[in-house]
Ligand binder design. Structure first.
Ligand code: DP6
Length: 328
């Protein structure tokens, strides 16, 4: 049955990164990855399939999408139509509660919310596994925004066995995530293009040899709730991915001077006994992890750094879900 449906999906922060694909079209990753869903930052999307529409209409954050982004959404709607055996066009309205294209994985929360809202609107009842597979086809990391809490994406080797699954629920461990916004500039090289460059790095083969071991180690320390070990491993892994970016041809330098300033400050505070650790994706922003007792002090210190525009406090949260309040 057709209906209007609205879904909310969180931004997820990768602890073990997805960088490079074994299959471009199916978005099968070269390696498995692990992330946490955030509780507050995310995307809300309303979808309605209507007999009278001539073409899909898509509004994101109050604006009509550019050609490339629009086609990506239409392609995703086509996947949903194919599954449901429908030809109807859809109206889609979506809102991020953060600025997109600043390395906050708007595509992850965006395609997760779109997958859930569109499949529900067209009358499909997908399992969480199938929803994650669907979301993956829109944007790889989106498959990790479906399940709750700490989500592992086993790389798999086919469309069927590559999806995200909860490893630990959001209540397993209360790690705080400070989202440090440094620049509202759109990033120049999209993530999708960046992935293609990964194999041109001299170090990429090496990374793929040990990244599955990094995943096992990080899963272990999350299980034990060992914050120092967790932070060390997560920082190492982020820098490792950036080493691939920095040595790709052409090279990718996603950092700003401010990014490095935050990374160095976090390390300095740690040497003084205030424990926090960072990770960075493809944008100019930094995610800082800390324990609840240190959160207030670290937020104040971060706000005092030159070039920091805003610090958003977040924590481990649930995955995608349907919500009642529609956007239109
Ligand atoms: C650096 O999921 O945005 O954030 O599949 O091409 O849409 P596409 O890529 P995307 O890549 C995310 C890369 C990353 C690391 C991560 O989130 O694991």
């Amino acid at each position: 049955m057709l209906k209007k449906a609205t879904a909310w999906a969180p931004v997820n922060v990768a602890l073990v990164k997805y960088w490079g694909k074994r299959d471009e079209k199916l978005r099968l990753p070269a390696n498995s990855s692990l992330s946490i869903c955030l509780q507050y930052l995310g995307t809300k999307t309303t979808v309605e399939f209507k007999p009278k529409l001539q073409k899909d209409s898509v509004i994101l954050d109050g604006k009509v999408l550019g050609k490339r982004e629009y086609s990506r959404v239409v392609e995703h709607l086509n996947r949903v139509r194919l599954l449901a055996g429908s030809k109807l066009k859809a109206k889609v309205v979506s809102e991020n509660n953060f600025s997109k294209s600043v390395g906050l994985s708007s595509s992850a929360s965006g395609f997760a919310a779109l997958s859930l809202a569109a499949s529900e609107a067209v009358g499909l009842k997908l399992s969480s596994k199938d929803l994650s597979r669907l979301a993956r086809l829109g944007s790889g990391s989106a498959c990790r925004s479906i399940g709750d809490g700490w989500v592992e994406w086993r790389a798999g080797d086919s469309d069927k066995n590559s999806f995200g699954e909860t490893l630990f629920s959001q209540s397993h461990w209360d790690v705080r995530v400070l989202v440090v916004l440094l620049s509202q500039k759109e990033k120049k090289v999209s993530t999708t293009d960046g992935h293609k460059l990964a194999p041109t790095s001299l170090f990429y083969k090496k990374r793929l040899e040990f990244v599955e071991k990094t995943l096992i180690s990080i899963k272990g320390v999350v299980g034990e709730r060992n914050f120092s070990r967790f932070g060390e491993l997560v920082e190492d892994e982020a820098l490792n991915m950036h080493a691939i970016m920095l040595t790709s041809k052409p090279n990718l330098i996603y950092w700003l001077p401010e990014t490095v300033r935050v990374m160095r400050a976090v390390r300095e505070w740690r040497n003084e006994g205030l424990k926090s650790y960072f990770t960075v994706n493809t944008g100019q922003n930094v995610f800082v992890f800390c324990m609840p007792k240190d959160e207030g002090e670290i937020v104040e210190k971060l706000k005092g750094l030159e070039g920091v525009i805003e610090v958003r406090r977040d924590q481990v949260g649930r995955g995608a879900r349907l919500v009642k309040k529609h956007l239109f």
